[in-house]
Design a protein around this ligand. Structure first.
Ligand SMILES: Nc1ncnc2c1ncn2[C@@H]1O[C@H](COP(=O)(O)OP(=O)(O)OP(=O)(O)O)[C@@H](O)[C@H]1O
Ligand SMILES: [Mg+2]
Length: 467
């Protein structure tokens, strides 16, 4: 018998029908107990926590409603399915109001009953999962707005919090869409400078000739079009934080001027000889490898060291896949609430697996866009594999192929394939047993020590599993 078989109590006074159903449910892997009367059912419920109860409404003596009451009072999470006679739909509706998950009308095909059971189980699983994700979201984050419970994100939050308390220059590095600007804002909002300005300047978005004036300001007549004196971003950020985005694109001339600001905390407006002193905390960001640019001579070494006092690395999403469900839940809630009227959308387990398997070259920004698209297309209900963007469905199909154990045209690395296959099954066993290694080992028909050894070899420590 499978370790995690669902325990089911079947209540009906028609012995032949009851026994036939019980037998077929057992074939499907359920652990079934039978009760021939309401009294017997209530007595059994007092002793044992069933996962599912299926009861006829019409029973001699204590009827199905009372059984349902007793079951739900004792086990609010139990899945209750009601069997009703023909023409008693109103009773069924009342039972559902009372807390039953679903009903089925006699006479019925066994497959129809099985379908009702499985969809009720799936619904409950989704509910539990959503409740879990919600509780994770509601947990107070030390750094507001930055979602992520993976190990790397927790370490990152800790680092940001520590850094925020200082006035040190920070260099944030990360691929597109990983949250570099979000992290910069988080540093500012958690710093003693939070009541002054956070001023952002994207060095790659402004033509080189204008960037200098934008950063330092200018005086009237400094260049064609400079019709008045103007404050630069540096001055605007006085006592606050200046965020220099895509700092790797700065010209050598401007790099030298920025270096002076970082060293002396002073500068002149363009076209002016008057020196201005500022108290600004600089947070810079780049998606390029500045270290390499230094080696190649396209970025000043001294500026690099001035900027890189505290390096902050934002991990790409594919290196912290555990955060994907949490981020999806976050965006679903945020976007769902913005719709008029507000919508509530969930993601099926299959679709979630594909979303977690995808490589997300555009990282969190891409994920947010995909979720938005799916919310708009799905008015209400559940997002399934069919609702995913085509390229993800394609990736999903490629995945299915790997599972179908087909030898690809161009051959395969057997050791790698076997390892992946093994990982997949182990992960599923752990998921199915709530990460209980004893039970997961039993599901995989191996002993616990062997499983633990394997996990160790695969570098999956308890902490990684837990996060
Ligand atoms: N950890 C996170 N939690 C919640 N939202 C996030 C997270 N990381 C990024 N986002 C969201 O993803 C989007 C992109 O983030 P952001 O603009 O900070 O990325 P970036 O690294 O600056 O990207 P680019 O290099 O393209 O400028 C934003 O909408 C941001 O709110
Ligand atoms: Mg950015």
């Amino acid at each position: 018998m499978p370790e995690n078989a669902k325990h089911l109590l079947l209540v009906d006074d028609e012995a032949a029908l009851r026994e036939a159903i019980a037998e077929r449910l057992a074939e499907q892997g359920f652990t079934v107990e039978q009760a021939a009367s309401g009294e017997a059912a209530i007595a059994r419920l007092a002793d044992f926590a069933f996962d599912i109860i299926i009861t006829d409404l019409r029973l001699p003596g204590v009827d199905g409603r009372a059984v349902l009451d007793a079951a739900l009072a004792r086990y609010p999470d139990i899945i209750a399915i009601i069997i009703t006679g023909f023409g008693t739909v109103k009773d069924a509706v009342d039972a559902i109001k009372q807390g039953a998950a679903d009903f089925i009308t006699k006479p019925f095909q066994f497959d129809a009953l099985l379908h009702v059971i499985h969809s009720a189980l799936e619904q409950r699983r989704l509910r539990a999962e959503n409740a879990y994700l919600r509780s994770q979201l509601q947990e107070r984050y030390r750094i507001d707005g930055l979602i992520g419970r993976s190990r790397v994100m927790r370490d990152l939050c800790q680092l940001l919090e520590t850094v925020a308390a200082t006035s040190s220059t920070v260099l944030i590095n990360g691929e597109t869409g990983t949250g570099k600007e979000l992290a910069a804002r988080a540093i500012h909002h958690n710093s003693p400078r939070r009541n002054n300005r956070f001023v952002a300047l994207n060095c790659s978005a402004i033509p080189e000739t204008l960037l200098e004036a934008e950063l330092f300001g200018h005086v009237r007549g400094a260049f064609t079009g400079a019709v008045a004196n103007r404050q630069g971003r540096l001055e605007q950020a006085h006592k606050g934080t200046l965020f220099l985005d895509e700092v790797g694109t700065m010209s050598p001339g401007l790099q030298a001027k920025l270096l002076r600001v970082l060293q002396e905390r002073e500068f002149e407006r363009v076209g002016d000889g008057h020196t201005i002193k500022v108290d600004v905390r600089v947070v810079a960001a780049t998606h390029s490898d500045l270290h390499k640019m230094v080696a190649e001579g396209s970025f000043r070494e001294d500026l690099y060291y001035r900027l890189n006092v505290i390096p902050v690395k934002l991990p790409p999403l594919r290196e912290r896949r555990d955060d994907i469900p949490l981020l999806i839940q976050h965006f679903l809630q945020k976007l769902g609430a913005e719709q008029v009227p507000p919508r509530s959308v969930t993601v099926s387990q299959q679709a979630m697996r594909h979303l977690m398997a995808y490589d997300w070259p555009g990282n969190v920004r891409q994920l947010e866009n995909v979720v938005e698209r799916m919310v708009l297309l799905r008015a209400e209900g559940m997002i399934d594999v069919d609702d995913l963007p085509a390229r993800m469905q394609k990736a999903a199909r490629a995945n299915d192929k790997a599972q179908a154990l087909e030898l690809p045209e161009d051959g395969i690395d057997l050791r790698d394939a076997v390892e992946q296959f093994e990982n997949k099954l182990i992960l599923q066993a752990l998921e199915r047993t709530g990460w209980n290694k004893n039970r997961a080992a039993a599901v995989l028909r191996m002993n616990r020590t062997t499983l633990v050894e394997k996990l160790k070899k695969k570098n999956l420590t308890d902490e990684q599993l837990a996060s």
